[in-house]
Design a protein around this ligand. Sequence first.
Ligand SMILES: O=C(O)CCC(=O)C(=O)O
Length: 407
Amino acid sequence: MKRGPSVPVLDAVPSYEAFLETYLLPNRPVVLPPALVEAWPAFREWASDGVADWDTLRAKYGEHTVPVVITTPSGTQHTDMRVDKAVEQIPAIQQEGGSLYIKDWHLVRGQRGAAPTSMPYWMNNVTSQPTHDCASVPYYPDVWLATQHDAYTQDDFRFCYAGTAGSATPIHRDDTSYSWSTNIVGRKRWRLFAPPDAHLLRRFPGRSTSETASTYAEMEAHRAHDELGQFRDGKLGWPGWEDARLRVYTVEQGPGQTIFVPSNWYHEVENVTDCISLNHNWCNAVNLVSMYNAMEQETDNVAEALVDVRDMMQDANPSAWQQDFVQVVQDVVHQDAGWAWDAFWRMVLHNLQTPPCAPSLRPPAAFVHQQVRALLTRFAARPETPWLGAPLHTHLHALQQLIGAPA
Ligand SMILES: O=C(O)CCC(=O)C(=O)O
């Protein structure tokens, strides 16, 4: 039996400094203990005798419309349906030997406007009720995406996953953001691949756009049939898998445990029993460079794809095409990625001007300023920067004032 690297599973909640130094800055995964979330209403309400309580979910949130994946021996179906309808189907699907998975459910957003006590968990920036106990979740407050989320994007990046035993999420990565996943009830098996091993998951390891391995089980089946490397039909398979399978980090997550999934780590999740979990994708100053790099890459890709549009604009208006072209590129980036430069810099400015939490729960200001200063310098050299609108330049100016960056 092969044994790969493992993810540390902590019995005690570390201090913020320890979390920052040992996991956040080095970008390493960790599993945190139930003590972090024991006060959450969901932790009491969503399990009955230690088993997922589907009836409670149906009674409380039945009218939410959610994405659902149903897998049966005859195939996999992706659909949107109400939570009550999904829950009603579970017995029949399980009898067929299948699974049902409610995924990417914006439960918190769906409860907006409802009483704070109807929230599945307590956070001062979700409920705006400072009296609620947010001290039990010491690291959650330093999140830059969710605070003021409506101001930056349409998304709140908070999800609930509720699935029956055997349901799974194939190998993927959450772009450059971090993820918290707190398992409220049930057991999940996680497999994670460190960023330097990402190429080993590619069908053609040297080509970053080639297909990514879909699931661990499927890759192992290829291996069992001697189909790694050269396929029977002559196509090259996944020659990297032989190494990837030895380097995979595996951990089983129990009820109440929270896994920190670092930025850019590919991962796969399998529900060993019926599971309900709460997730949150987020960023802060630590992975800001990664977020910036992704935005830069997306902007360059879109500009390159629109080169014909650029030429047409240039021909039509040789003296003043840049501003219009830059705006078109920003609009497309916004459509593709959910945000563009304006929202990125607004997010940075907002979180520097109004930090979401106390200094003891975020990296030192000198570190944050250094991260932002380096990005401002890079941004100043980008070809589109002079042509971006006045509001964005106002944000940049305010940031420069705040951190003393060169104008
Ligand atoms: O629990 C799952 O099925 C997927 C969760 C996930 O991929 C994440 O939190 O990043």
